[in-house]
Ligand binder design. Structure first.
Ligand SMILES: Cc1cc2nc3c(=O)[nH]c(=O)nc-3n(C[C@H](O)[C@H](O)[C@H](O)COP(=O)(O)OP(=O)(O)OC[C@H]3O[C@@H](n4cnc5c(N)ncnc54)[C@H](O)[C@@H]3O)c2cc1C
Length: 379
C-alpha cells in the first residue's frame, strides 16, 4: 500500500504536467468548440512516449508501469480530456491488447508503429444494439478459410476517423454465443470499410468519435487475435485494464476542476473578503479535496494490482465507478464556486463538467461497474 512515487515516476508526472500546460492548454477551448482533433498534440505525445507507455521497448514502447501511465493520464486530463482519451485508447486497449495476445508478426507489423504514435488505433466493440450487452454482437466475421468476411456496423468508436488500425470484435459462430466471437485487426483502406460521420458530442469534443461500416471486408486470418472464439474474452480482459485508464482520466478531470476552483476562490472577493473565507465555499473545497484523494488511492491501487500481476477486475471497477462519480460531483461544484464565470468557456470548468460525464458511460457504465463489483464480492 506504499504509493510513494519513485524519482522516475515524479519526473514522468512533471513531464506530463508541463506538456499539458504548455501544449494542450493553449488551444483546448478552440478545439472543444470546433470539435477539432488535436493532431499536432498527438504527434508530440507520441514523441514523448505517451502513446505506448507500457509497451516493451523492443516494440518501440516506453516500457513503463501502469502507475506511470495513470500519472500521465491524470495530468493530461486535468487540462484536456479529449487528448487523454486518445492516449487511453491507444495505450490500454489497442497496444496492450496486441502486445498481450497478438502474434509476433502482429506486434512487428502494428505494435511498433502504434507505440510511437506513428499511427493510432481504435477499439471497436459497441454497436447500435450492443453496448452494455456486448454479447449481442450483430457484426459478423464469417470464416472463409484463409480469411474472414466482415459485415456490420460499430458505434461510438473513439479515434474512429483518425485511426489506421482497428481492433474489431465480431460474431463468427452464432450458435457458440460469446464463445463464437473473434477479434480482428482491420486496416483503414481495406475494401468495403467505411467511416461514418463524426458524432457531435456534449463533451470530449476534441476526440474523434465515429460509427464504422463494414461491407464484405476481407480480413486475412493472420489478423485474428488469439485462438478462434477468443474475441469476447479478449474484449473483456482488455476493457478491465482500460477502466484503470478511464478512472485516471476521471481523477484528472476532478483534480483539474478542483485546482481551478481553489485558485479562483482565493482571488474572487464577495462581501469584502475572498470567497474561500466563506465556510460554504471552504467546505466544498474540503469535500472535493477529500474525495479526489480517495479516488486517487483507488486508482493507484488498481494500477499497482495490475503491475503486481494481481487480479484487477474488482479494483479497476471500483476505481472507475468512484473516480467518475467524483469527477461529476467535483466539476459541478467547481462551476458553482466560479459563479457566473463558471458558466462561460474562458474559465475551463464548464468544459471539464461536460467532459466528466463520459467517464460514467464509456468502457462500462457505472451500472455495469456495480454489476462487476457486486458479482466479485457476492460471488
Ligand atoms: C464519446 C464516446 C466514446 C466511445 N468510445 C467507444 C470506443 O472507442 N469503442 C467502443 O467499443 N465503444 C465506445 N463507446 C461506447 C460506450 O462504451 C457505450 O456507449 C457504453 O458501453 C454504453 O452502451 P450503450 O450506449 O449501448 O448504452 P446501453 O447499454 O443501452 O445502456 C443504457 C442504460 O442502461 C443501463 N443498463 C444497461 N444494462 C444494464 C444492466 N444489466 N443493469 C443495469 N443497468 C443497465 C446502462 O448503464 C445505461 O445507463 C463510446 C461511447 C461514447 C459516448
Amino acid at each position: 500500500m506504499n504509493f510513494k512515487l519513485s524519482e522516475e515516476q515524479e519526473l514522468i508526472k512533471q513531464a506530463a504536467r508541463d506538456f499539458a500546460k504548455n501544449e494542450l492548454l493553449p488551444g483546448v477551448i478552440d478545439r472543444d468548440e470546433k470539435q477539432e482533433f488535436p493532431k499536432d498534440e498527438v504527434k508530440k505525445m507520441g514523441e514523448l512516449g505517451f502513446l505506448g507507455m507500457m509497451v516493451d521497448p523492443k516494440y518501440n514502447g516506453s516500457g513503463l508501469d501502469t502507475l506511470s501511465y495513470v500519472l500521465v493520464m491524470e495530468e493530461l486530463s486535468k487540462v484536456d480530456a479529449s487528448s487523454s482519451v486518445i492516449v487511453s485508447v491507444n495505450n490500454s486497449l489497442v497496444c496492450w491488447g496486441i502486445e498481450k495476445f497478438g502474434t509476433d508478426e502482429q506486434k512487428e507489423k502494428y505494435l511498433k508503429k502504434l507505440a510511437t504514435g506513428e499511427i493510432i488505433g481504435a477499439f471497436c466493440l459497441s454497436e447500435p444494439e450492443a453496448g452494455s450487452d456486448a454479447t449481442s454482437q450483430k457484426t459478423t466475421a464469417i470464416d472463409k478459410g484463409d480469411h474472414y468476411v466482415l459485415n456490420g456496423t460499430k458505434n461510438w468508436i473513439t479515434n474512429g476517423g483518425t485511426a489506421a488500425v482497428y481492433l474489431v470484435i465480431a460474431q463468427t459462430d452464432k450458435d457458440k454465443k460469446h464463445r463464437g466471437i473473434n477479434a480482428l485487426i482491420v486496416e483503414k483502406g481495406m475494401d468495403g470499410f467505411e467511416v461514418g460521420p463524426k458524432e457531435n458530442k456534449l463533451g470530449i469534443r476534441g476526440s474523434d468519435t465515429h460509427s464504422l461500416i463494414f461491407n464484405d471486408v476481407k480480413v486475412p486470418k493472420e489478423n485474428r487475435i488469439g485462438e478462434d472464439g477468443f474475441g469476447f474474452k479478449f474484449a473483456m480482459k482488455t476493457l478491465a485494464g482500460g477502466r484503470i485508464g478511464i478512472a485516471a482520466q476521471a481523477l484528472g478531470i476532478a483534480a483539474g476542476a478542483y485546482e481551478l476552483a481553489l485558485k479562483y476562490s482565493k482571488e474572487r472577493k464577495a462581501f469584502g473578503t475572498e470567497i474561500s473565507n466563506h465556510q460554504a465555499i471552504a467546505f466544498k473545497l474540503a469535500d472535493m479535496h477529500t474525495q479526489i484523494q480517495a479516488a486517487r488511492l483507488l486508482v493507484y491501487q488498481a494500477a499497482k494490482d495490475k503491475d503486481n500481476g494481481d487480479n484487477y477486475d474488482l479494483s479497476g471497477a471500483m476505481a472507475k465507478l468512484y473516480a467518475s462519480q467524483v469527477a461529476m460531483e467535483t466539476t459541478v461544484e467547481a462551476v458553482q464556486i466560479h459563479g457566473g464565470n463558471g458558466f462561460v468557456k474562458d474559465y475551463h470548468v464548464e468544459r471539464l463538467m461536460r467532459d466528466a460525464k463520459i467517464t460514467q458511460i464509456y468502457e462500462g457504465t457505472s451500472e455495469i461497474q456495480k454489476i462487476v463489483i457486486s458479482r466479485s464480492i457476492i460471488g
